[in-house]
Structure formats: structure tokens, C-alpha cells
Design a protein around this ligand. Sequence first.
Ligand code: ADP
Ligand code: MG
Length: 318
Amino acid sequence: MTPEFDLIARYFTRPQQNTDLGIGDDAALITVPPGHQLAISADMLVAGTHFFADANPYGIGWKSLAVNVSDMAAMGAEARWATLAIALPEIKEAWLAEFSRGFFDCAERFGVSLIGGDTTRGPLTISVQIMGVVPQQLALTRSGAKAGDDIWVSGPLGTAALALAAMQGRYPLTPDTLAECSVALHQPQPRAALGLALRQIAHSAIDISDGLLADLGHILKASQLGADIRFADIPLSPITRQHVADTAVQGMVLAGGDDYELCFTASPAKRDQIAALGRQLGLSLAVIGQTRIQAGVDVYDADDTRLEIKKSGFDHFI
Ligand code: ADP
Ligand code: MG
């Protein structure tokens, strides 16, 4: 066997479910169940931009799939299949073993089969495409929000941004505190069960990858609405809460990326049902505000003063 095929066989080939023909041919074959739509999304992770090149490979493997599972959750789709295109500067067995362990731990946790991909030499880049299924008409989109909807988030928010800021020396945290926060950054837990449960409850949904205000902004733009947000109602981790008097930390909660929680809107009539769902799934779900007809977003502090918002999220081209 050539090294490339050997590598694919060793690190990227595991049993594949819901798959007619998996890894090994020119293309994989799958069957979409009758009455369902195929939901497709891709996310690319580039060393130096999305992770530190020397970061723990287990975490890189987990996260490269987890961020894609999160996109399926945000659509109300059930993640099923993934392809992995990976460029590697060199073949490091120990790195590949840990990367693959992280990737497949996430795959098993969320029921995803790796059914194909491409392996090539180049600057470390990982591109995962995910495919899922959703019953016709039930997908959650960004454009379905209605004026007067409750705006919900799963939480906590801001923990991953706090970890990143500490790792980059922009915010002081003790090593223990940083270790606790960095789990959110390296091993995000996509809200897959929540996404499925919201199918016939929520009007719109998005996952929070670039920051709450940026991602909520996508829902508002697509739905032609604005919003009022109460900062004090945003769910925080105990560590973030300890630091939240600091305006820099407030910025991380509102505009920091990488949380992979869900933001969704629903009629206030669904409040009890959604709260019960949060208890059932063990998630902290919170109503953080309401949509409105007037465009724009206002964020209010506990004493009803308006917070001044400078930066609404991470944008790769700014
Ligand atoms: P081709 O040259 O026809 O594109 P390849 O030689 O690139 O095929 O790949 C052989 C098989 O291995 C294909 O089924 C492909 O989908 C799969 N494959 C290649 N790289 C990966 C990877 N990183 N993860 C999973 N499957 C992969
Ligand atoms: Mg190929």
C-alpha cells in the first residue's frame, strides 16, 4: 500500500452507518430517507487562524467535526455523514492518531459516519463537510423570526472567548481558571438534541460561532427585524460571571466567538414548553430579549441603561 492509502486506512476508516458505499471508491453512496431533505454544510479550520498550529490534536479533531454538527443542529437536521479533506505539512503518526481519536469520539457521540474525503500535503488545513437529514418543511432557518418573538440562547456564552483572550495574553486568568475555560474553546458541545427538539417550536435558529450579536444579527437581517436584549439574562459560566463587571468581558459575552451554543426565536406562548425542554436536556436555556419591527439591536444593562456596543463579532475580513 502507498503511504497515502495506508494513512487513510489506519486513521480515517471506521465502520460507516446509514451508508450504501463508504470509503474506498471514487465516491460514497447514501440514500436520503423518503420525505426528508439533505442538509449540507462545510467548515474549514486553518492552522494559525482557527487554531494554534501546536494545539492539542485531539481537540482539533473533535472541534473540526463539532462545529459542523453545530450547523446541523442550527438547521434542526440530524447529522449523519461527513467527509474530511485534510492538508498535512508532513506525516506525524502521533499527531494523526490523536487527531483521529478526537474526530471519531465526536463522530460517535453524535452518530456521524465519515464516508470519504481527500488527503494531501500542504499547510495544515482541515475541511469537513457534513450532511444531515431533516423532514421536509421542518428545517429551522434564519429567516423565520416574527416580531415580538422571544430570543433564546443556550448557554453559557463567552467562556470560549475568555479562554482565547487569556491564551493570547489579552486577559489575565490563573492557569487553573484558564484550564477550566479552555474546555469550551477546544471541545465545544454542539447542541444537537436541542436543535432537533426545536423543529416544531422555534421560528428561527442559528448557532453562535462568530459571537451572539453577529449571529443574532444574521437572524434579524434575514427576518427583517431588530431586537432588544437584556444583558443580565444571558447565561454565563461561574468564571465569566466573576469577571463580568469588566467591559472587556462583557464584549466577549456579546461578541466573542466559538461558543457553538444555539440562538433561536419562538413565540412567547412557547415559553413553558422550551423551559421544560431545557430541564429535560440539562441545558441552561434563557430568554434574553425580544425581536421588534424597528431595525437595529439595543442591549440593556440590569438598571435599564443602554450598553454601548463597539464590535459585534468576529469577521475574518476586518
Ligand atoms: P480519488 O483519487 O478517487 O479522489 P483518493 O485516493 O483521494 O480517491 O481516496 C481514496 C478513498 O479514500 C476515497 O473513498 C476517499 O473518499 C477516501 N479518503 C481520502 N482521504 C480521506 C480522509 N482524510 N478521510 C476519509 N476518507 C478519505
Ligand atoms: Mg482524491
